[in-house]
Design a protein around this ligand. Structure first.
Ligand code: URA
Length: 262
């Protein structure tokens, strides 16, 4: 059971072929062959496709970004956008995920929280921020009188769980970004709460949540919308480092003041 649990935590939670397969044996080590890295990537992609014949081949990143831009631009409502994200096949994370995790809460809310990526619990439930970090996020919002039931919308910078809960890559983030931009435009919130370093980098191209938290910025979408945004520590970080909750509390109060217009 411990081994199975460990597999699940690492993202190995699905059988992809009837027989176990040594993927390393399919392509010889670099020292034995002079195969360039792109060739080896192509070979391993082909091997994966052969193992799961129903799966579409992955799209090149620039095509995937263009397809996402096109699909997102056609959406006029939250529901249309959700349907477009669910139908989108350009993000390679989708193949390994159980569910698309789009958003949870009130469409058109005045507060939009954007986190990093779904984890195991979110992947299983199909909703963002439902695990331990999500429960803390709910308590943080409740502390300023807000909730996903009443006045807040919660989403992420990618819509599918990265395997083993690793951080999403730049490409995965870039491919999902047109949908994130469109969500911001359609929601038109008074403020975006940026939860953690990954969305901080993705939305504002800023490194370092330690220095950026608590400082108001502006998120600009490709479509030209500009929205006030406040970076805050990710609740998963606060679970590991409760001493930082004091700063997060100050940030939440600043958020509430801005939302109340003072
Ligand atoms: N962490 C995130 O950033 N997003 C989720 O949905 C869950 C955990």
């Amino acid at each position: 059971m411990a081994l199975v649990r460990w597999y699940a935590e690492m993202g190995v939670d699905e059988a992809v072929a009837a027989e176990a397969c040594n993927w390393y044996a399919l392509s010889k080590p670099q020292s034995e062959t002079a195969t360039p890295p792109e060739e080896r990537v192509r070979a391993s992609v082909a091997a994966r496709a052969a193992a799961s014949p129903g799966a579409p081949p992955p799209m090149p990143a620039d095509e995937a970004v263009a397809a996402a831009q096109q699909a997102a631009a056609l959406c006029r409502t939250h529901d249309e956008l959700e349907a477009a994200v669910r139908a989108f096949e350009g993000c390679s994370l989708k193949a390994g995920a159980r569910n698309t995790v789009f958003a949870d809460g009130v469409a058109g809310a005045e507060l939009l929280v954007i986190g990093e990526a779904p984890g195991r619990d979110e992947d299983a439930a199909g909703k963002p921020f439902v695990g331990r970090a999500g429960q803390l996020l709910d308590r943080m919002l409740a502390a300023i009188g807000r909730s996903r039931k009443a006045d807040t919308l919660i989403s992420n910078v990618v819509y599918w769980r990265p395997p083993g809960n690793r951080a999403p890559t730049q490409v995965e983030i870039a491919v999902c970004r047109p949908f994130v931009d469109r969500l911001i435009e359609i929601t038109a919130p008074k403020a975006v709460l940026i939860a953690g370093g990954v969305p901080l980098q993705a939305l504002l191209a800023l490194p370092g949540i330690m220095r950026s938290r608590g400082v108001w910025r502006t998120v600009e979408t490709k479509g030209g919308a500009k929205v006030d945004a406040l970076p805050i520590f990710h609740p998963a970080f606060l679970l590991r480092s409760p001493a930082h909750k004091r700063l997060a509390w100050a940030d939440l109060l600043a958020l509430e003041r801005r939302l109340m217009g003072s």
